[in-house]
Write a protein that binds this ligand. Structure first.
Ligand code: ZN
Length: 273
């Protein structure tokens, strides 16, 4: 897991998480020693070395500082981890939101992963590069830079198809709702699996306890709830570990059933491998 740095999101409110009161959100955050007025989420980009291919899942915010000054660190952190961005063979994108795709291209307009094929669903590419949405009051400001990022790379883009083996051992799992073509990934190796949730959930404290709360930044919040419940149920019942892009770094843990919701159990860091 390589960090792109955190995103500043301000105050979490019932306007963002439908189904909570402000009092309940504040109570949960304060009880967990978190700043209720100034909330951040992490960006954990996963690098998978299959032995044949070097795969990066999601790319962070890139050079644009829309959510505070501390993002845009992926390239430096990859290099610090001994990973040359030019050796990435595949970039798999869970969806086309800024914090997942803008890191594809540098401020000079050149691709940050010059030798990579890019995987994304056709539905997300078409929705988020749609010229007609440039004048949309909420989406418009994002659509231009998303178009500038993805369209020049069009020849490198391969469409993900849910349920099919996309890249040696990594399977795209169609989990729409957060966006129209949102994908999670199942990574299989030597009889074990781990599920990359992408943006099925942003905060474990809020969305595990109350997974039915609609996240209003989802393109279709009701469909987002049903994808979240389907995958949480699968990983909880089969005890499959998860990787979560926006959870506290490194975002690796388990999902356990609790009441009619869930509980996130982060894995303990291993100091000796
Ligand atoms: Zn995201």
């Amino acid at each position: 897991m390589v960090s792109d740095g955190p995103l500043k999101l301000g105050r979490f409110s019932p306007e963002l998480f439908r189904g909570f009161t402000q009092e309940r959100i504040d109570e949960i955050l304060v009880a967990n020693f978190l700043d209720k007025d100034n909330f951040e989420v992490e960006q954990n980009a996963l690098v998978v070395n299959t032995g044949e291919k070097l795969i990066l899942i999601d790319t962070g915010m890139g050079f644009r500082k829309v959510y505070g000054p501390r993002s845009g660190r992926l390239l430096a952190n990859l290099r610090a981890a001994g990973i040359n961005p030019a050796l990435i063979d595949v970039v798999a994108l869970s969806h086309a939101h800024p914090d997942h795709v803008w890191g594809l291209v540098g401020e000079d307009g050149k691709p940050n992963f010059p030798n990579a094929q890019i995987y994304i669903t056709q539905a997300d590419l078409e929705y988020w590069t749609d010229e007609a949405k440039l004048s949309h009051p909420a989406l418009g400001p994002y659509i231009g830079p998303i178009r500038d990022t993805l369209l020049p790379l069009r020849e490198r883009i391969v469409f993900l198809k849910g349920g099919e083996d996309s890249v040696s051992g990594i399977q795209a799992l169609s989990t729409p709702g957060h966006t129209v073509g949102h994908s999670s990934f199942v990574i299989n190796s030597q009889g074990s699996s781990i599920v990359y949730l992408a943006d099925l959930a942003h905060r474990p404290l809020l969305q595990m306890e109350n997974p039915r709360a609609e996240f209003t930044r989802d393109t279709d919040p009701k469909q987002g709830v049903s994808s979240r419940l389907r995958v949480f149920d699968m990983v909880a019942s089969q005890k499959i570990p998860i990787l979560a892009y926006h959870f506290p770094w490194p975002g690796i843990g388990h999902v356990a059933k609790r009441g009619d919701g869930y509980r996130y159990v982060p894995v303990e860091m291993q100091t000796v491998l």
